[in-house]
Design a protein. Structure first.
Length: 696
């Protein structure tokens, strides 16, 4: 088709998703998900070809180039199907449902790009992931698949419809029959055992390649170590944090983490960088630093937060979604190096040091190139060159800045600049925690600016959240994860700033979750609201995925708010939401790491830290910094400036002779106030937590 002729794919040019816009030039007659496509499928009784992917997905790009840009393949698609392209990050509801179908149809395997063929009533007929353009290796190419399904639809439609209906009924049944059960510290302990069985003692992490960052799992292990005092849990967490930080999955030149490692050594990543991974990993490294004091963990957290500020933050303050794995059409090209490139950048006295420390070699460590990683301890490298480790670290930082500036001249991977409410909530919490633990006021300010942007620009006139924002336009009704993740981030922000408006916004979001998302029968939360468009079924899930289970985060928000606002009923609702998946948690507790961190929080009344500001603002800041040095996972904290708050945790508490004071409490019963930062750590470590006895 000549370029001068208009193409039907221009339906996508008005979308805000960069992923959909990438496909606007395809010869495929793409529709976005919506009534135009669904009505056409029903009116013409056509199968729907639903293609789900995301902007940073490498294999999504491959399938686009091989198939969706191919005129002959596009002609087959246009002739026989109503073709719908979906950005999974904007529409997690569709991704949840049809990934469940894909996994069920493919012996537990799924991924992206996801290719699902649906009846006009949205029931799955056939599903898979990436399909090559040609037959080979015992599997059909995409054209053959298209022809086979089109012919079957024409000749055996009644049988296909019957089978699709049966499959849809089975899928609905399996998604709604989770057995409840009481969940407590026994399940937390069992999860620790499961992590132990899967632990890779050599490289860290759990299980074989590919290895995904187990951020929430690491945080659960740190809680197990805190409660049980067993060094094994800490060893697993610390080894995993070290392995990821030293591997090529971490961007040693520019900061931030790639999506996952394709090998057991954390060396070779898929090079896309996702906002949510970096938010979750920041929190894991900050907690690891609190527990161990390891400078590497603080350094990685700081560099990652700085990367997000520099590369992933909009002018308005919201955070972008991701950057691509590819640049110039080549995966990883932006990130890899040859020795001669380093030689051209650094003075002769620095070249060998840099290349040894970051493993830049003539043979390379990936496809003839070198992914920077740090296989050698800096002390060993320092000995090799007769230098003090601290001095060598300073020199390496200077070298790294030179290499980074050179890399900035390369063509960068594509940026998905849409702003998602849920992922921004995760990042707001990470910046708030970064401020609390590292004491850098920039992180507090970045968190506040992002929160204010989301509350202003992704909230409709009735106070409901919207899912996504780009180019000045916000749209799509928000999902449970948007409400839960943002509410959690707002709570984190309130606890470090004392700005009560964030607490009250979190409370408002919690009311919406209870009103629109709660399943009164099971006690769990649906992923979509009761006003959402009708789909194949209403999805809910308790296990974690790439991000923490929204049900668990919603429960955690309610549990924390229950103490902040003295609403015991909300802690009960939180408990029931977790118990809704009790039977599944008994079978495979490791998959429910976020839920089990909530269980740990609920297992005893939380430690209540009430900070009361005095005449000198620095006194309050110093007390809060001292408290941040101690890892207390089952805590909440409240701040009152000069005792002027009426919130339950701080109401009536006063300064001590004008000095800022910290009250350490539990069940609103407090120790004598602490006024000296030097006494805070001992007071916190000596505080005895009352543990609730669990029902056998």
């Amino acid at each position: 088709m000549p370029d001068s002729e208009p193409r039907a794919t221009n339906r996508l040019i008005h979308e805000t998703s960069p992923y959909l816009l990438q496909h606007a030039h395809n010869p495929v007659d793409w529709y976005p998900w919506g009534q135009d496509a669904l009505v056409r499928a029903r009116d013409e009784q056509r199968l729907i070809l639903l293609s789900i992917g995301y902007s940073a997905c490498h294999w999504c790009h491959v399938m686009e180039h091989e198939s969706f840009e191919n005129d002959a393949i596009a002609a087959l698609m246009n002739k026989n199907f109503v073709n719908i392209k979906v950005d999974r990050e904007e529409r997690p509801d569709l991704d949840d449902i049809y990934m469940a179908a894909t996994v069920a149809m493919n012996s537990g395997q799924g991924g992206w790009p996801m290719t699902v063929f649906l009846t006009p009533t949205l029931e799955p007929v056939f599903a898979g992931t990436y399909f090559p353009p040609n037959d080979g290796y015992g599997r059909p190419g995409f054209p053959r698949l298209l022809q086979t399904l089109a012919k079957a639809w024409d000749t055996d439609r009644e049988k296909i419809l019957e089978q699709a209906t049966q499959f849809a009924e089975q899928l609905r049944a399996t998604r709604g029959n989770e057995a409840p059960g009481n969940v407590g510290q026994e399940q937390v302990r069992l999860a620790g055992q499961q992590f132990g069985r899967d632990f890779d003692a050599r490289y860290g992490g759990f299980g074989p390649a590919p290895k995904f960052p187990p951020s929430v799992g690491v945080m659960l292990l740190l809680r197990l170590q805190h409660r049980a005092g067993q060094s094994r849990y800490l060893e697993m967490a610390a080894k995993t944090l070290e392995g990821m930080a030293n591997g090529g999955m971490y961007d040693h030149i520019g900061g931030g983490f790639c999506r996952y490692s394709t090998d057991e050594r954390w060396l070779v990543p898929h090079f896309e960088k996702m906002l949510y991974d970096n938010a979750l990993l920041c929190r894991a490294y900050l907690e690891g630093f609190q527990v161990t004091g390891t400078p590497l963990f603080a350094r990685v957290a700081r560099e990652t937060l700085d990367y997000v500020i520099d590369e992933m933050t909009s002018e308005q303050g919201g955070f972008f979604s991701s950057t691509d794995a590819d640049s110039e059409g080549v995966e990883g090209k932006f990130f890899v190096w040859r020795p001669e490139e380093i030689d051209a950048l650094l003075p002769e006295t620095d070249r060998d040091v840099f290349k040894l420390f970051y493993d830049i070699t003539p043979e390379g460590n990936w496809e003839g190139n070198s992914i920077p990683h740090t296989p050698h301890d800096i002390a060993a490298v320092a000995r090799r060159f007769g230098e003090e480790p601290e001095r060598l670290r300073v020199r390496l930082d200077d070298m790294r800045r030179i290499v980074f500036q050179a890399r900035e001249q390369r063509i960068k991977p594509g940026l998905d600049d849409k702003i998602l409410t849920a992922w921004n909530g995760l990042m707001i919490g990470a910046f708030a925690e970064g401020f609390r633990v590292l004491g850098d006021a920039r992180y507090r300010d970045v968190a506040c600016r992002a929160a204010d942007f989301i509350l202003s620009e992704l909230t409709d006139d009735e106070g409901a959240l919207l899912r996504t924002h780009r180019d000045g336009r916000s749209h799509l009704d928000a999902y449970l994860e948007d409400y839960a993740y943002l509410a959690e981030g707002l709570l984190d922000l309130y606890e470090v700033t004392g700005a009560e408006r964030y607490l009250f916004d979190a409370e408002r979001l919690a009311h919406v979750m209870l009103d629109r998302f709660l399943d009164g029968e099971s006690g769990a939360f649906f992923h979509t609201s009761d006003t959402h468009e009708e789909l194949l079924f209403r999805f809910r899930e308790g296990a974690d995925g790439a991000t923490p289970a929204p049900n668990a985060v919603a429960a955690y928000v309610l549990a924390r708010l229950g103490t902040h606002l003295n609403r015991e009923a909300w802690r009960g609702i939180a408990t029931r939401a977790i118990d809704a998946y009790g039977a599944s948690m008994n079978r495979y507790p490791k998959a429910f790491a976020k839920s089990l961190t909530v269980v740990d929080f609920l297992s005893s009344p939380p430690v209540e830290l009430a900070f009361i500001g005095g005449d000198d603002e620095k006194d309050l800041s110093n007390l809060m910094r001292a408290a941040a040095e101690v890892f207390i996972p089952h805590k909440i904290q409240a701040v009152s400036f000069r005792g002027n708050s009426t919130l339950p945790l701080v109401e009536g508490k006063k300064t001590v002779e004008g000095k800022a004071a910290l009250y350490i409490c539990q069940n609103f019963s407090c120790q004598a106030p602490v006024t000296s930062p030097d006494d805070v750590a001992d007071a916190l470590r000596s505080h005895k937590v009352t543990v609730v006895q669990e029902t056998p």
